[in-house]
Design a protein around this ligand. Structure first.
Ligand SMILES: Nc1nc2c(c(=O)[nH]1)N[C@H]1C(S)=C(S)[C@@H](COP(=O)(O)OP(=O)(O)OC[C@H]3O[C@@H](n4cnc5c(N)ncnc54)[C@H](O)[C@@H]3O)O[C@H]1N2
Ligand code: MOO
Length: 410
């Protein structure tokens, strides 16, 4: 049996095994959360020319005494040039192009419009309420560098320049295989001794959260590898990487190792110094990364976040490093294990800073701690028992629910 390696070493080995996926063009309406594959530049000034910042009157000739004569609305047609003359005012709307000659814009409520169509402003500051052409972006400015995760604001920004399609990194395609014996598809009815494949749907959802797509969710169960091999190989050839769950430990030779031998994959590591999920392993199957997660559900979840999620992120050109904070513990915990431990936890931000609650059900086999889990507490092997109020190191997990790290009050 291989000696267990540290989490950092395992992550390092995986970093080296990853190749970035190719790119594809998508409409911007489908681009939220995708990673850009090219630098995107401003195609023109924004605003494109001088605009009014308010509804009101554009004025010319600010040293003019008395009211400004309101002239007919003008056309923006370049073939019918319109020039505002000294002593004249013209109606403008917010965002409307300003005619040549405009020296200031005054909101209509900041003046009086007389019956004789003369506008008397209460105060005029030269240049006020005018948005300058290019004051937001200059033509040629870098808008979105390559490798950026497209947030909603950026999608809106691209639309403002008429960029309707964007080149993004392809969604990595993942084949998920449940290897453990006695596992049946999640929609089946288990006989005594059998267990529904809950890890398959768990991993599917985590892959989707990381912008991946699942080519197939296969359950080996009682089926022999030889029997499944043609199907698996066919799906494998359409996939970029493989996640397996279960069969990571069985004394001398686990089902997972048997699987690797049958498919001719090359083991990268087997066993990492952590809890839960210490039997996690990785391999290369025809050069494609495979992460082999324990069957125990909580071990499967924790090791996805620590080893599989970084692989998916790196394939899309993102940093594999997960965000960390220090949180004040709301719970006590008597750490029994001498191993580095990752506790499922719920973090929230309140007036006093980050607080973290250790969730009930910390056994690797239990799923109770999935309720409210949005973080992992990273406890070093020599960490003393946790007391209420202690500051502890926390890894923030990505959540599909925005604001899940904030306290919601009824
Ligand atoms: N003698 C020892 N026994 C075990 C050790 C050990 O060190 N010595 N380690 C324990 C730990 S820790 C873990 S974790 C598991 C490793 O399990 P495997 O990865 O080999 O998984 P299985 O044996 O197939 O199943 C374990 C457990 O998980 C359930 N399981 C498996 N696959 C799924 C699935 N797709 N969905 C839901 N649940 C699944 C399975 O029913 C078992 O209850 O080994 C311990 N034993
Ligand atoms: O190592 Mo097991 O994977 O603790 O749950």
């Amino acid at each position: 049996m291989m000696k267990k390696i540290t989490c950092e070493r395992a992550q390092e080995i995986l970093v080296r095994a990853v190749k970035q996926v190719s790119c594809e063009e998508v409409p911007i309406l489908d681009a939220l959360g995708r990673i850009t594959a090219e630098d995107l530049y401003a195609l023109h000034d924004l605003p494109i020319a001088r605009q009014a910042a308010f509804d009101g009157f554009a004025l010319c000739g600010l040293d003019h005494k008395g009211g400004f004569q309101v002239v007919e609305p003008y056309s923006c047609d370049p073939d019918k040039p319109f020039i505002l003359q000294a002593g004249e005012a013209v109606h403008v709307g917010t965002g409307g192009l300003l005619p040549q000659g405009t020296e200031a814009v005054v909101q209509w409520e900041h003046g009086t419009l007389l019956e004789n169509k003369s506008f008397i402003p209460t105060e005029v500051i030269p240049g006020s309420n005018i948005k300058k052409g290019g004051e937001d972006f200059k033509s040629g400015d870098l808008l979105v560098p390559r490798g950026t995760c497209l947030a909603a604001g950026l999608v809106g920004l691209l639309a403002a320049f008429g960029i309707s399609k964007v080149s993004v990194l392809r969604r990595p395609k993942v084949l998920i295989i449940s290897i453990g014996s006695g596992i049946i598809p999640y929609d089946g009815v288990p006989k005594p001794g059998e267990t529904r494949d809950s890890n398959g749907p768990l991993l599917t959802s985590l892959v989707l959260r990381e912008r991946g797509q699942v080519t197939a969710l296969e359950v080996l169960g009682a089926k022999k590898i030889d029997e499944m091999r043609p199907t698996l190989e066919e799906i494998f050839h359409q996939s970029d990487l493989v996640f397996t769950t279960g069969g990571t430990f069985a004394g001398n030779r686990s089902e997972g190792q048997g699987f690797l031998e049958k498919i001719g994959a090359q083991e990268l590591f087997s066993g990492v110094q952590l809890k839960p999920g210490g039997h996690v392993g990785a391999a290369l199957w025809e050069g494609k990364p495979m992460v082999m997660l324990s069957g125990n559900p909580a071990a499967c979840l924790v090791c996805f976040e620590l080893f599989a999620c970084p692989v998916l992120r790196m394939m899309q050109g993102l940093s594999p490093v997960l965000p960390r904070i220090q949180g004040r513990s709301l719970s006590s915990f008597s750490k029994k294990s001498m191993a580095r431990s990752f506790l499922r936890a719920h973090v929230e931000w309140d007036q006093a800073g980050w607080t973290v609650e250790i969730l009930p059900g910390q056994k690797p086999s239990m799923m109770r701690s999935f309720l409210g889990c949005n973080a992992l507490i990273d406890l070093s092997p020599d960490h003393p028992p946790i007391q209420v109020g202690d500051m502890v190191p926390v890894i923030l997990l990505d959540s599909v629910f925005p604001g899940s790290h904030h306290r919601e009050r009824a």
